[in-house]
Write a protein that binds this ligand. Structure first.
Ligand code: CO
Length: 138
């Protein structure tokens, strides 16, 4: 049901500096930036093979990513798995005893559907399921 790592989210304090660091030290290229006002974050996307790194920075003090940075500092924030059915993946995790942060799938960026599982259910890692919209290049 889960087919690959869709992306790994990394919480960063300074998005411009993080982009420079990942480009300079790893030779990677940022392919796009996006402000998600509703989530209170800005993300920079680095495509690598079939996966992506998402550098994430908070836009305001109320952002959950701001709280994460205060608690844990810059670190891996979440791991996202590609799935053909977010609802089924959430149901499977819940049936196994996981605490869901999203009881049902909700819209993500670029026409995707997403759902999150609480980190305490998966060895301390906030876990996301992503169902692509089926269009190429998103
Ligand atoms: Co994500």
């Amino acid at each position: 049901m889960l087919s690959r790592i869709d992306h790994v989210g990394i919480a960063v304090r300074d998005l411009d500096r993080a982009i420079q660091t990942y480009e300079r030290l790893l030779g990677l290229r940022v392919s796009g930036r996006e402000r998600l006002e509703r989530e209170g974050i800005e993300v920079a996307l680095i495509t690598i093979g079939e996966s992506r790194i998402e550098l994430i920075t908070p836009l305001n003090p109320e952002s959950k990513v701001e709280k994460f940075l205060q608690d844990r500092g810059e670190a891996v924030h979440h791991v996202a798995y590609a799935t053909d059915d977010v609802a089924a993946s959430l149901e499977r995790a819940a049936a196994g005893g996981a605490q869901l942060l999203d009881a049902v799938a909700r819209p993500g960026t670029h026409g995707t559907r997403i759902g999150f599982v609480h980190p305490k259910s998966l060895c301390g890692v906030l876990t996301e399921f992503v169902e692509p919209d089926g269009k190429p290049g998103t």
